[in-house]
Design a protein around this ligand. Structure first.
Ligand code: C5P
Length: 235
């Protein structure tokens, strides 16, 4: 098989959600997906199964690691957990924006402290605004949560593609990370507000989170190549 031709410009926009509870299996899949993805997302399932070892596996393979633990607790607890996570060598960590500015600030400070104690670059905090499975959040909630993220100096937010135009008006400086991505004709599963890769990119998405559209495919290489091709034609 010829090596796929994927530019760094495309790869840098794609994060692979490894929602698998077995690190050996996840590591095999991530190795196969390296030509198309620059970021490996470790969520609650894999972190519950393998913890920091999962981070090391993907860092060693050359990925930027996105730790999607959606931190949400009192600020002190979040800060202390973030300090530990900051020393692991990850690039992004999520925290729930509903926790408010003080809690998000504790996450930012904790990650900075943990990273600097370990001599590492601090990870970026991504504030989770509204889960993409949530289809009936009240109007105004997104704006309020973006305010918390900005005040806490978060580097980015996780939001649905449908919120991107609002985000670009409210806080264009934030990196937008968009899950719920489905190429045309693929099941939306439990994602209430899905978008195709090209729709999300056109609406201004920075990083696309791709999960089951690739990990649930009978041919993950083909699925990844299709998404990368769609992104390449749109950017
Ligand atoms: O499989 P699928 O592409 O739907 O995966 C989406 C991923 O993005 C999951 O890992 C999920 O936890 C995550 N996510 C989400 N909605 C958010 C934040 C993260 O679906 N608001």
């Amino acid at each position: 098989m010829n090596p796929p031709e994927v530019t760094e410009g495309v790869r840098s926009r794609l994060a692979l959600a490894l929602d698998i509870d077995d690190l050996v299996e996840a590591g095999r899949l991530s190795r196969r997906m390296l030509p198309w993805f620059s970021v490996a997302k470790v969520g609650l399932e894999l972190f519950s199964a393998s913890g920091p070892e999962a981070v090391g596996t993907f860092v060693d393979q050359g990925y930027d690691v996105f730790l999607d633990l959606k931190l949400h607790d009192i600020p002190t607890t979040v800060g202390k957990a973030a300090r530990v996570l900051g020393s692991l060598g990850v690039s992004y960590v999520t925290a729930h924006a509903s926790g408010g500015t003080q809690m998000l600030s504790a996450a930012v400070d904790g990650l900075n402290e943990g990273a600097s104690a370990a001599g590492l670059t601090p990870p970026m905090v991504l504030a989770v605004t509204i889960l993409t499975s949530d289809t009936d959040a009240p109007s105004g909630l997104f704006e309020e949560r973006i305010g918390y993220a900005v005040n806490a100096d978060c580097g980015g937010v996780v939001c649905a593609a449908t919120e991107l135009s609002q985000l670009s008006r409210l806080a264009p400086e934030l990196l937008s990370v968009v899950p719920g991505i489905r190429p045309e004709g693929i099941s939306s599963h439990d994602q209430g507000r899905p978008a195709t890769p090209s729709q999300a990119i056109r609406q201004g998405a920075g990083l696309l989170v791709i999960g089951r559209a690739v990990t649930g495919s009978i041919d993950p290489e083909d699925a990844a190549a299709g998404i990368a091709d769609e992104v390449a034609r749109t950017i």
